[in-house]
Ligand binder design. Sequence first.
Ligand SMILES: N[C@@H](CCC[C@H](N)C(=O)O)C(=O)O
Length: 278
Amino acid sequence: MKFTKMHGAGNDYVYVNLFEETLPTEAPALARAVSDRHKGIGGDGLVLIEPFENADARMRMFNLDGSEAEMCGNAIRCVAKYLYDHGIAKKDNLQIQTGTGLLHLELFPENGIVERVRVNMGEPILESAKIPTLLAGDPPVNATLIVGGMELQVTCVSMGNPHCVTFVDELTDDLVLKIGPQIEKHEVFPRKINAEFIQVISPEEFNMRVWERGSGETMACGTGASAVAVAGVLTGKMSRKVTGHLLGGNLELEWSEETNEVFMTGPATEVFSGEWNG
Ligand SMILES: N[C@@H](CCC[C@H](N)C(=O)O)C(=O)O
């Protein structure tokens, strides 16, 4: 099976082009095998690029533990780059089907290569039952969550997949690596959740670390950064147009007052290609 390794702001996945390839095993088991950083290719998970009627392609993404997520913001930029650079859809505007529906993307090619992509991430889902969370509020904003003996004020938003955003004074390993996994599996999140920890620098800028559902700490999360942009407005901490500084790079976010949609712009990078014989 031929594969391509790509990353968006350091959030790295193994991409398989199902326009040409077939999978040697079921996707969840393959995701676990290829993601292994010692015995596999190494990555945060597996992304499948498939033909889809009335769209340029369909994206399916599997976390490192084999669980399938509804959406991945960093991966969808890389899928757009792949479709363009590899000549599958040589267009500046693409439509890609995801677990949350059809998304629209704008590509910015330079000398025939795409390095940045703008994604219309759609409208945030703010009803607690749909996020889903048992916390009260539509959505829960600054809701109290007791985790590991700590009392956190959290704001929950779904961008198709669920996010729990905590604004903190300092981004520490203890918060991300010890509290993050406990938030992910907390009983108030029936489908588990991605946990973002945010240090606000100014109304237009924030630092972010993330513990992802099914993958652990990653260098960036595009749906997470989009959820943060929404949470920043809901809590009155940030403007509608913000820049997120993540461990692997920056993402530009805008929550449009006119359309209620979130727009995310960021990098997409191809690293290497190879053949998987496992
Ligand atoms: N890294 C992603 C999100 C991947 C899925 C997530 N771990 C989940 O299970 O919801 C992004 O860039 O959005």
